[in-house]
Design a protein around this ligand. Structure first.
Ligand code: NAD
Length: 497
C-alpha cells in the first residue's frame, strides 16, 4: 500500500472527511510513489475554521514573537535542505542540484520576512493641523489562502506563506496534488519552530479544493500561481466572492540575441534557461529571437550544446535534465513536437523517444530544438512547458521588440548584447514584467517583487518583496487630535490651520 499524504490542520496530519484520493508518481520510473488525499469543501471548511480560530491570537502576537518563530523556521529549513530537495526530486523529477536551488530561493523569502518589523512600519505626520497628527498602520487581513503549481513545490508556497504569516495573517495552503509532500514537510518544520496550531494549514487536493477556498466566506484573500486559463478563472471567481486576489499565470519567455552578442555566451544561456528543470519553469526561455546575421552561428552553437545534455534521473548527480512530471505532461509535449514538425518548423534536435536506458518507464522527453519557427505555429503560440526551444529569426531590433510585445504573455524576457543603448531601449519598450539584460532567467530577489504583465498576471500586485507586504495587509489611516482648547461647533468642511 503506497503511503498516504494527508492534510495538515491544527499542526497535525489528518485524512479529513472526504475519501477521494489521487496518485503521486515518481517521474523517473513512472511508478506510483504515494497516494494523496483530495479535499472537498468539508475539508476546506475544517482548515479555514482552524485558521479562523487562530487568527485573532496571531494578529495580536508581537512582532518580536513572529520574528522569533520565523528565524527558527529559517534555521530548520536550512538544516533540512537536503531532505526537502530530495522530496522535490522524488515527486517532481527535477535534478537534485536544481531542487537545492529552489529551496535556497524559498529560504530567501523567509529571510526577507524575518525583517517584518522594518517592513510593517507605517507613516506618521505630526501637526497636520493644529494639535492634529495623522498616521497609517498596516493590519493583517485574517485568513488568507495560497494555491500553488507543481513546478516549484517548495519555492512558490514560500513566496506566499512566510510573508502572509509575518504580517499577522493565518494561512491555508492548497499545493499541487502532483507533488504535495514538500508542503507538508514545510508545515511540520514551521510547527517545530514554534508556530501555533492553525496559523499554517495545508489542504491537499485539486481544483475542487481550490474552488472551495475561493468561494469560502471565511477567506479574505487568495494568492494563486499556475497556468493562465486557471489564473484567469481564479481571479474572476475569487474577486466575485469579494476577495483580494493575485493570480500569476503562464509564460512564453523570449530571449532576444542581437547581432553583436557573444555567440557562446548566448548559446550557454539559451540552453541553460531553455532546458533547466526540463523547461518546467515559468521563467524558462522557450523562444530565442535571433536578430540578423547571428542566427546560423547561434543555432549551430545551441544545437551542439543541446545534443550534449545528459538526461537522466534527478537523483543521479551526472544528470543535467530530469523527466517531465507526469505521463500526460510528456504526451502533451510530444504532441507539440509533432505539430511543430507538421507545421513546417525545422527540428534540429528531436527529443522524442529518448528515454535514458534502464529507465524506459519514466516520463521522458529529450531536449528539442526547432529552427525557422513562425509566430503562427502552435509551438510558438502555446506555452508547452517542456524542454522545447524555438528559434524565430527576425531581421531587426525593432521587429524583435514587436514580436515580444505582440505575445499575449508578459512574464520574463531577456536580451543578449554588448550594446548598452540597445539594452536600455529594450528594457523601456518591452511590455513584460521581468527583464534580463545578459541574464536569461531574471527572477527577482526576495526583496523585489515577482510578477508578469498581460496574460501572465491577473490582479495588480506581484508576489513577495514590498508587493507581498502590501497584498497581505490593509492600511488604516488615523487622524488624532489632542486639543489644548475647545473648538466649538463648526459645520464647515475641515481644512488645515
Ligand atoms: P495549473 O494551473 O494546472 O494548477 C495550479 C494550481 O491550481 C494547482 O494547485 C491546481 O490544483 C489548481 N487548480 C487546478 N484547476 C483549478 C481550478 N479550476 N480552479 C482553481 N484552481 C485550480 O498549473 P500547474 O500545471 O500546476 O503549473 C504549471 C503552470 O504554472 C505553468 O503554466 C507555469 O507557467 C505556471 N507558473 C507560473 C508562475 C508565475 O510566477 N507566473 C510560476 C510557476 C508556475
Amino acid at each position: 500500500m503506497a503511503e498516504l499524504v494527508k492534510h495538515w490542520i491544527d499542526n497535525a496530519h489528518t485524512s479529513g472527511v472526504t475519501t477521494r484520493t489521487g496518485e503521486v508518481f515518481q517521474p523517473a520510473t513512472g511508478a506510483v510513489a504515494r497516494q494523496v488525499v483530495l479535499a472537498g469543501s468539508a475539508d476546506v471548511d475544517l482548515a479555514v475554521a482552524s485558521a479562523a480560530k487562530a487568527a485573532r491570537e496571531w494578529a495580536d502576537s508581537s512582532l518580536q514573537t513572529r520574528t522569533k518563530v520565523l528565524f527558527a523556521f529559517r534555521q530548520l529549513v536550512d538544516a533540512h535542505r537536503t531532505e526537502l530537495a530530495e522530496l522535490i526530486t522524488a515527486e517532481h523529477g527535477k535534478v537534485i542540484s536544481d531542487a537545492h536551488g529552489e529551496v535556497q530561493r524559498g529560504l530567501e523569502v523567509v529571510e526577507f520576512a524575518c525583517g517584518i518589523g522594518q517592513l510593517l512600519k507605517g507613516e506618521h505626520s505630526e501637526q497636520v493641523s493644529r494639535d492634529v497628527d495623522a498616521y497609517s498602520v498596516r493590519h493583517p487581513l485574517g485568513v488568507v489562502a495560497g494555491i500553488t503549481p507543481f513546478n516549484f513545490p517548495v519555492m512558490v508556497p514560500m513566496w506566499m506563506f512566510p510573508i502572509a504569516i509575518a504580517c499577522g495573517n493565518t494561512f491555508v495552503l492548497k499545493p499541487s496534488d502532483r507533488d504535495p509532500s514538500a508542503s507538508i514537510r514545510l508545515a511540520e518544520l514551521f510547527a517545530e519552530a514554534g508556530l501555533a496550531p492553525g496559523v499554517l494549514n495545508v489542504v491537499n487536493g485539486d481544483g475542487e479544493a481550490a474552488g472551495a477556498l475561493l468561494d469560502h466566506p471565511g477567506v479574505a484573500a487568495a494568492s494563486f500561481v499556475g497556468s493562465t486559463p486557471v489564473a484567469r478563472q481564479v481571479y474572476a471567481r475569487g474577486t466575485a466572492a469579494g476577495k483580494r486576489v493575485q493570480a500569476l499565470g503562464g509564460a512564453k519567455n523570449h530571449m532576444v540575441v542581437l547581432p553583436d552578442a557573444d555567440v557562446d555566451v548566448a548559446a550557454d544561456a539559451a540552453v541553460s534557461a531553455g532546458y533547466g528543470s526540463a523547461g518546467e519553469r515559468c521563467m524558462a526561455i522557450s523562444v530565442v529571437v535571433a536578430v540578423g546575421q547571428i542566427a546560423d552561428a547561434l543555432v549551430t552553437a545551441i544545437a551542439e550544446r543541446t545534443r550534449a545534455l545528459r538526461t537522466g534521473p534527478g537523483t543521479d548527480p551526472e544528470s543535467e535534465m530530469g523527466p517531465l512530471v507526469t505521463a500526460s505532461a510528456r504526451d502533451r509535449v510530444t504532441s507539440y513536437i509533432a505539430a511543430g514538425v507538421e507545421q513546417g518548423a525545422t527540428a534540429v534536435v528531436d527529443g522524442r523517444g529518448r528515454a535514458p536506458s534502464g529507465h524506459e518507464t519514466g516520463f521522458w522527453v529529450g531536449p528539442t530544438l526547432f529552427d525557422h519557427v513562425r509566430p503562427e505555429m502552435s509551438v510558438y503560440t502555446d506555452e508547452i512547458f517542456g524542454p522545447v526551444l524555438c528559434v524565430v529569426r527576425v531581421p531587426t531590433f525593432d521587429e524583435a521588440v514587436e514580436l515580444v510585445n505582440a505575445n499575449p504573455y508578459g512574464n520574463g524576457v531577456a536580451i543578449f548584447t554588448g550594446d548598452g543603448l540597445a539594452a536600455r531601449r529594450f528594457q523601456r519598450e518591452v511590455t513584460v514584467g521581468m527583464v534580463g539584460i545578459n541574464v536569461p532567467i531574471p527572477v527577482p530577489m526576495a526583496y523585489y517583487s515577482f510578477g508578469g504583465w498581460k496574460d501572465s498576471l491577473f490582479g495588480d500586485t506581484h508576489v513577495h518583496g514590498g508587493h507581498g507586504v502590501h497584498f497581505y495587509t490593509r492600511t488604516k489611516t488615523v487622524t488624532a487630535r489632542w486639543p489644548r482648547q475647545r473648538h466649538g461647533v463648526d459645520l464647515g468642511f475641515p481644512t488645515h490651520g
